[in-house]
Design a binder for this molecule. Structure first.
Ligand code: GUN
Length: 297
């Protein structure tokens, strides 16, 4: 079998198109411009690239982008004061504090100081609890993007066996909650899981989110399964230079799977598209308007 390649780049472009349509309607019918504030503390190069891309795409879909770049020595009190101002600002519907934060800042404290209604990352403890109890919440962007691709490919996920490899708060745990919400039978596997190959071989859906390059070989995959690769790892090429690879051995898994997301061009582009979708959702909720269909969990 040669897997269908799920094109996350094209899917993300479609989601951005839907977001742009909603933004245009909010402007025309309600005079509203959804606004996203991104806070970056320090100069981590990867974070700078992410923040730049977020700002650019926010503007491209017609939303307002507010970037706050703070010095690496910024105190917790100053950061919390900025978040208070953004919480109170009616032009800001979504707030994202780029992680990781410098060591002297308490990430949990900072994230939990964001108004949960503006927490477009879905990391606030209230949103985590709401998602875990099946209530309306803001949903973390990467798992939301994975869910959208899975629903698009399969229609209903009901009754499918899903194995999520990785138990992070950002991807693994919320991904498992979303799959459970769509009536999958869900296993969260991790570094201590006994017989990981045997567990993964049971899966109709495999979501790999461990951050270890190419750790899932093709012979762990049940023939015809769908493989969603969340990993983005930079490795050395034998001939020199580097390249990006996921958490699965792409060639090996694509030979067995029914469908697979590539790296790059799979899950990655969906994350920012879902951030924009969450910002529109937050804007609609804040103004008592109907939420955009198909852009939420
Ligand atoms: N750093 C890497 N990914 C993310 C993300 O999805 N949200 C935030 N806030 N920081 C990140």
């Amino acid at each position: 079998m040669t897997a269908i390649v799920i094109d996350g780049k094209a899917f993300a472009a479609k989601v951005r198109g839907q977001v742009a349509e909603h933004v245009s309607r909010l402007k025309d019918e309600h005079g509203l411009v959804p606004g996203l504030a991104v806070v970056l503390v320090g100069e981590d190069p990867a974070s700078q690239v992410y923040v730049r891309n977020k700002g650019k795409q926010t503007v491209e879909v017609g939303m307002a982008s507010f970037e706050h770049k703070l010095d690496v020595t910024t105190s917790e009190a100053d950061l919390l004061a900025l978040i208070d101002r953004l919480n109170a600002d009616p032009n800001v519907h979504g707030i994202l504090v780029q992680l990781p934060l410098p060591d002297h800042l308490d990430s949990d404290l900072v994230i939990n100081s964001i108004d949960p209604a503006k927490d477009v990352d879905g990391f606030h403890i209230s949103n985590v609890g709401l998602l875990g109890t099946g209530q309306r919440s803001m949903v973390p962007c990467t798992p939301l993007g994975c869910l959208m691709m899975l629903r698009d490919h399969h229609g209903s996920l009901s009754g499918m066996n899903a194995v999520v490899i990785g138990r992070s708060n950002i991807v693994g745990k919320p991904m498992a909650q979303l799959l459970l919400g769509d009536s999958c039978t869900v296993t969260i596997a991790h570094s201590r899981t006994a017989d990981l190959p045997g567990v993964v071989r049971q899966a109709d859906i495999v979501v790999a989110a461990v951050g270890r390059p190419q750790m899932v070989p093709g012979d762990w995959i049940k023939p015809g399964a769908t493989v969603i690769d969340v990993g983005i790892n930079r490795i050395e090429k034998p001939e020199g230079g580097t390249r990006l690879v996921g958490d699965v051995d792409y060639a090996g898994c694509a030979a067995v799977a029914g469908a697979i997301t590539p790296v790059p061009g799979g899950v990655g582009p969906m994350t920012i598209a879902c951030l924009l979708a969450n910002t529109v959702t937050a804007c609609c909720r804040a103004n008592g308007l109907a939420e955009p269909q198909g852009l939420t969990a």
